[in-house]
Design a protein around this ligand. Structure first.
Ligand code: NAD
Ligand code: ZN
Length: 347
């Protein structure tokens, strides 16, 4: 990222490895919709000459003197969020906000990301996980961000056995939310999306109904399907601050929860409809969060792939080989052709 709205290639000095840290060479990377918000919406403010990217698996090139569990040559899963584990926010259970709100998100936010020949990982023992041999490397890139984020939407909505769940937005994050809601025991699972390939994959991951937001009001559609009752949980993984929360609140039963993982890249306020929110008394909770990162999370989620409980590799619609294709993959993510779900670049 050269500046807001501008990308290109730059030369930078190799990062320096601190005593707890690692330097990693990427083996496979993927661009994220968040990179698009960052560059083309300027959503986190201006950044100059910052290397983008926060989804990677890689190979360790160097470790600091105090790193115990990793060594050069190890193939590792790199989470998008790499907290400072000693921070008070981490001790309070919110490691993704270690050092300040959203500050556990370092790659392509506060420091250079993973689209470089080498990148730096803080607190390697706490933030990296070994890539299991039986997990496909391209699929494993989805462990950096898409899997943990989609599943975090499910956690934030606190999906219970038998719940009726609606997932709004079925790009890769929403698709992982669908898969996660199924793993958590959702019964009726409504997926809101418009692209046929995403809809087909949502069904594969467990959606029982597809709601097309381009074919009429989604609240009306949900209310018809639920005989006027609405749903127990809503996971927001797409849409906007103006319209989507109004829809989510309206379709939610009293006592329900909204789990938002959508990155609201523009606008000043989120709109909550007063009456549908029970005039403030409807017990309709909105929880929004950045995905948790770190080693334990990565190891656990990788075991979902090893045991074949989850296959995020099905989302990889576009595969590239070679560093020079990273820019093309990023532009695909920006332009979102109808047949794109997620690109991956093998290096
Ligand atoms: P995506 O753009 O591929 O998917 C979003 C989907 O929402 C698209 O398919 C789009 O067609 C759909 N959509 C747009 N308007 C809609 C509407 N009005 N109603 C329903 N659906 C609508 O993006 P993604 O890669 O799946 O990521 C989803 C969001 O999650 C992005 O904003 C991304 O930045 C964010 N994100 C958050 C975290 C986190 O930690 N919380 C991590 C990664 C990504
Ligand atoms: Zn991301």
């Amino acid at each position: 990222m050269l500046g807001i709205g501008k990308t290109g290639w730059i030369e930078k000095d190799a990062p320096v490895c601190g005593p707890l840290d690692a330097l990693v060479k990427p083996l496979a990377v993927s661009p994220c919709t968040s990179d698009v918000h960052t560059v083309w919406e300027g959503a986190i403010g201006d950044r100059h000459d910052m290397i983008l990217g926060h989804e990677a698996v890689g190979q360790i090139v160097e470790v600091g003197a105090l790193v115990k569990d990793f060594k050069p040559g190890d193939r590792v899963i790199v989470p998008a969020i790499t907290p400072d584990w000693g921070a008070l926010e981490s001790q309070a259970g919110y490691s993704m906000h270690s050092g300040g709100m959203l500050a556990g998100w370092k790659f392509s936010n506060f420091k250079d990301g993973v689209f470089g020949e080498l990148f730096h990982v803080n607190e390697a023992d706490a933030n990296l996980a070994l890539l299991p041999d039986d997990v496909d490397m391209a699929a494993a890139v989805m462990l950096s961000d898409m899997v943990p984020t989609g599943l975090h939407g499910v956690e934030l909505a606190d999906v219970q056995f038998g719940d009726d769940v609606c997932v709004i937005g079925i790009g890769p994050v929403g698709l992982m939310a669908v898969a996660g809601a199924k793993l958590r025991g959702a019964s009726h699972l409504y997926a809101v999306g418009s692209r046929p390939d995403c809809a087909a994959l949502a069904r594969e991951y467990g959606a029982t109904e597809i709601i097309n937001y381009r074919e009429g009001d989604i609240v009306k559609q949900i209310m018809e399907l639920t005989h006027g009752k609405g749903v127990d949980r809503v996971i927001v993984a797409g849409g906007n601050a103006e319209e989507t929360f109004a829809q989510a609140i309206t379709m939610l039963k009293p006592g329900g929860r909204i789990g938002n993982v959508n990155y609201l890249g523009s606008g000043d306020y989120v709109k909550i409809p007063r009456v549908e929110w029970g005039c403030g008394m409807g017990h309709k909770t909105i929880a929004g969060g950045l995905m948790p990162g770190g080693r334990l999370r990565m190891e656990k989620l990788a075991s979902l792939l090893s045991t074949k409980r989850l296959d995020p590799g099905k989302m990889l619609t576009h595969r590239f080989n070679g560093f020079e294709h990273i820019e093309e993959a990023l532009m695909l993510m920006k332009d979102k052709p109808r047949d794109l779900i997620k690109p991956v670049v093998i290096l």
